[in-house]
Design a protein around this ligand. Structure first.
Ligand SMILES: Cc1ncc(C[n+]2csc(CCOP(=O)(O)OP(=O)(O)O)c2C)c(N)n1
Ligand SMILES: [Mg+2]
Length: 803
């Protein structure tokens, strides 16, 4: 539907006038920040700038309809919205540009993210939840175009869950599911698959989500004809429009410079989404980009004169001002006066931010110069150190790197000296580096009590005659306990609901807990993960199921860019304790037997990666994770669901500790480290090795991220003096990572009498069939022969050539 201009009749004209002037002030303030921001980059004070100019007006309308408890999931153009909510001041904006590392000054990320990436705080300092229903919330932005869309789905779905699932404690998260999740996206980014997947899923799920497309007809230099069929996103989405017989979307189209039409559209969208839980798309057209895309180029290169002139005439702030004057709301003089005052404020804010940014550095510089001065006076290398000192003095506006370099380089000239002045410089340097490093590297994982590695292990308990059951039964009955214990826990994925997953680890649970908690989804891995992230951001405990490990790659971008970076990029201000459940390792064929752990452990730092050898261990991991508040990936062994395991008595209670290895068999000749399905084969091979007199110690790594935090493996190597790491990943994959952990980090090289080695799968994907498996992945003969060869090399007389 096209939205026409019409003034709001809900409020008096005086209030309306006041609101308009206040909005104009925000629009102008935001624009002034953008203009000055660009200058700051071009003069070299800031590294990069991407601003919200040309998109101010619709954001004011969105802010008007945004209520406490609502969530935004948007992108880098939304500074005006954040300013309108009161979450971003001009000074904060400049601190963001300069990358000030103090969160009190740069509230959006303490310098970790470039400017234009926004968030609000969901957590207290101890990691506990704030009352999200009493504040206006923004999930933390990422730079990847459309990357905000998958999580938007989950943010919206949380309202649906809170409204419809009884017995969840909603107190800090929802008031009867009335919260709307507001997405923003650029026109060009709607070309991304993530956009389409999210739109379709939201239509299916009928969740309260309002997506605004800021359409300026460009994506950097590329015009709409290369992005969008018919160059019109709302037109081509019209098939999603709901009608009398079908559920779907409400789709609105509005011009980005038309203040009253925008206000009307957003009120309308808010009501539909909030009351009916129907998703809405607002296509905001005729927006501009007055300064071009970012500071890395000028748009005069790719827009012709006609377009540039059109953009000047239709700049939303300019047209807003003209409308205010034409409507008699304020005179040109009044607005000019306002503008002057705001410009002055912004200049002042910029100056203050810059001097605050420098202040700490200047203090550090002064101290370091003193130390260098003193140490130089005593050193035979005085001249070199004085030169470093003078170079530092010459830097009028120093950054931390300048200090670090000067201090560290000066120490090179002091090698062999022992003066107290040198000691003072050494101490200053170490303290400085440690403090600064923390500013850049903290919060990859939780720094609170709920850190997953701090959850104590609880052993499974067995009575005198525990039943031996299929592994999947242990999982199922354990999940049953978890859903009973945690009313805010829910699981969803392909075939997860009605049949209780393809291996029936959730059999019967939908009947018991309802179709919202044990849910089937469409085949759409990225938004399954997005659902999980969004719901976890709103206090639920989602378990997102990816049917097979080999299909996790569809969702990998969202996992690595969004979930794995969340705690880090917000410096602990937001968390999404999402559990990703999947199954992998040996079974059949290229896409049902993958074990691509090397890729995952490198791309998902910030998550836990757990590879349990059986379903009891897996269930124990779920129990541990539910007690913690961190995201994790659990890979169940595909070929383990029908293997018999004794069923523990304390289902839902026993906890497999995270980061702790387990010794499966003691031995004295060699340490074998493995995990997952391969571990069973290693155990078999270890028995066969006993027949030729080789006693292998077998260790189950279990958790790959983090690996062996107690450094138990090196203790084994100290005893056996030999090490072989075996897995079914590619050569140089996860086995190389484990080797690095043991040899370099744990220092096992000191104890080795033989070269440490790895035995992995072949470099190709695993071939189909039993022979395919045998010839693609390490089998017990491979393991036997590899171990034997190591023993043969060490002691050829005891272990003569085998083959
Ligand atoms: C996945 C991904 N690809 C490419 C980029 C580089 N990039 C940043 S913004 C942008 C254009 C986005 O245009 P649009 O969505 O229309 O938003 P606008 O900047 O015009 O508001 C591109 C290609 C990116 N950030 N992420
Ligand atoms: Mg665009």
């Amino acid at each position: 539907m096209d939205v026409s201009s019409k003034t709001s009749n809900d409020i008096s004209f005086e209030d309306f006038k006041e609101q308009i002037i206040s909005d104009y002030k925000i629009a102008f303030l935001s624009r002034s920040c953008s203009l000055l921001g660009r200058k700051e980059v071009l003069t070299g004070k800031a590294k990069f700038g991407i601003f919200g100019d040309g998109k101010e007006l619709p954001q004011l309308a969105m802010a008007k309809s945004f209520r406490n408890g609502d969530f935004r999931s948007g992108y880098y153009r939304d500074q005006t919205f954040m300013m309108a909510l009161g979450h971003l001041k001009a000074k904060d904006f400049f601190h963001g540009l300069y990358a000030t590392t103090d969160m009190a000054k740069e509230p959006m990320s303490a310098g970790r993210q470039m400017g234009g990436h926004f968030l609000t705080y969901s957590l207290n300092d101890d990691g506990s939840w704030k009352d999200l229903t009493k504040q206006k919330n923004s999930s933390s932005d990422i730079s990847c175009t459309a990357g905000q869309m998958p999580r938007l789905l989950g943010l919206a779905q949380a309202s649906k869950v809170y409204r419809n699932v009884p017995s969840i404690d909603t107190s800090k998260f929802s008031v009867e599911g009335n919260e709307v999740a507001w997405g923003t996206i650029g026109n060009a980014s709607t070309s991304e698959g993530m956009f389409w997947e999210t739109i379709n899923a939201a239509g299916v799920l009928q969740v309260p989500m309002v997506v605004s497309v800021w359409d300026d007809e460009y994506g950097i230099s590329v015009p709409a004809k290369h992005h969008t069929t018919k160059e019109d996103i709302s037109k081509i989405l019209s098939g999603f429009q709901r009608d009398e017989t079908h559920k779907g979307f409400e789709i609105l189209k509005v011009k980005g410079w038309d203040y009253t039409a925008l206000m009307h559209a957003y009120e309308n969208a808010s009501d539909i989404a909030r009351q009916e839980h129907v998703p809405v798309l607002i296509h905001v057209t005729e927006l501009t980009q007055p300064q071009g895309h970012s500071t890395s180029g000028s748009h005069e290169r790719y827009k012709d004169d006609e377009r540039l002139a059109w953009e000047r005439d239709n700049d939303c702030n300019k047209r807003f001002k003209e409308w205010i004057i034409e409507s008699g709301i304020a005179s040109t003089e009044e607005l000019d006066k306002l503008e002057k005052q705001i410009k002055r404020e912004v200049r002042e804010a910029k100056k203050e931010a810059w001097s605050e940014f420098l202040q700490e550095n200047q203090t550090d510089k002064k101290r370091l110069v003193q130390l260098l001065d003193k140490v130089a006076s005593k050193s035979p290398n005085k001249n070199f150190i004085v030169r470093l000192k003078n170079d530092l003095i010459a830097i009028e506006e120093p950054i931390k790197k300048d200090m670090a370099k000067a201090a560290r380089k000066s120490l090179r000239y002091l090698i062999g000296e022992t003066s107290t002045e040198k000691q003072a410089l050494l101490k200053w340097t170490s303290d400085f580096l440690e403090e600064e490093q923390t500013k850049f590297s903290s919060h990859l994982y939780s720094e609170n009590e709920n850190n997953a590695t701090k959850i104590a292990g609880v052993a499974p308990r067995y009575g005198a005659n525990n039943e031996n059951v299929d592994g999947r039964v242990i999982l199922r009955d354990n999940f049953d306990k978890l859903f009973e214990k945690y009313p805010n826990a829910l699981v969803f994925g392909e075939d997860t609901g009605a049949i209780g997953d393809v291996n029936q680890g959730l059999e019967g649970l939908q009947e018991k807990y309802g179709a919202l908690r044990i849910a089937d989804t469409g085949i759409r891995e990225t938004t399954i993960i997005g659902q999980g992230i969004g719901m976890a951001l709103r206090g639920l405990r989602p378990i997102a199921e990816i049917q097979y490990l080999d299909y996790i790659f569809y969702a990998l971008a969202t996992l690595t860019d969004d979930l794995a970076t969340l705690l880090y990029r917000t410096k602990g201000k937001q968390k999404a304790p999402l559990i990703v459940r999947t199954r992998g390792h040996r079974l059949e064929g290229i896409w049902h037997s993958g074990s691509e752990m090397g890729g995952l452990i490198h791309l998902l730092r910030g998550m836990y990666i757990l590879a349990p050898r059986n379903m009891t261990q897996a269930a124990g991991f779920y129990n541990t994770l539910m007690k913690s508040d961190e995201p994790a990936l659990v890979i169940e062994s595909l070929n383990g669901y029908r293997l018999k395991e004794p069923k523990p008595d304390n289902l839902g209670e026993f906890c497999t500790p995270i980061g702790v290895v387990e010794t499966m068999k003691l031995g004295t000749d060699i340490t074998l480290v493995s995990y997952g399905s391969t571990l069973r084969i290693v155990e078999q091979a270890a028995l066969e090795l006993q027949e030729v007199g080789i006693e292998a110690e077998v260790i189950d790594a279990q958790t790959l991220l983090p690996f062996d935090i107690n450094m138990d493996v090196v203790k084994s190597v100290a005893k056996t003096n030999r090490l072989l790491v075996i897995d079914e990943d590619v050569p140089g994959g996860c086995s190389a990572y484990i080797l690095n952990e043991i040899v370099e980090k744990q220092g096992a090289y000191r104890f080795l009498d033989s070269a440490p080695q790895t035995l992995s799968a072949k470099a190709h994907r695993p071939a189909y069939g039993t022979d395919g498996d045998y010839f693609s992945k390490p089998n017990s003969e491979d393991i036997f022969e590899k171990v034997y060869a190591i023993m043969h090399e060490a002691s050829p007389n005891d272990y003569p050539t085998l083959r």
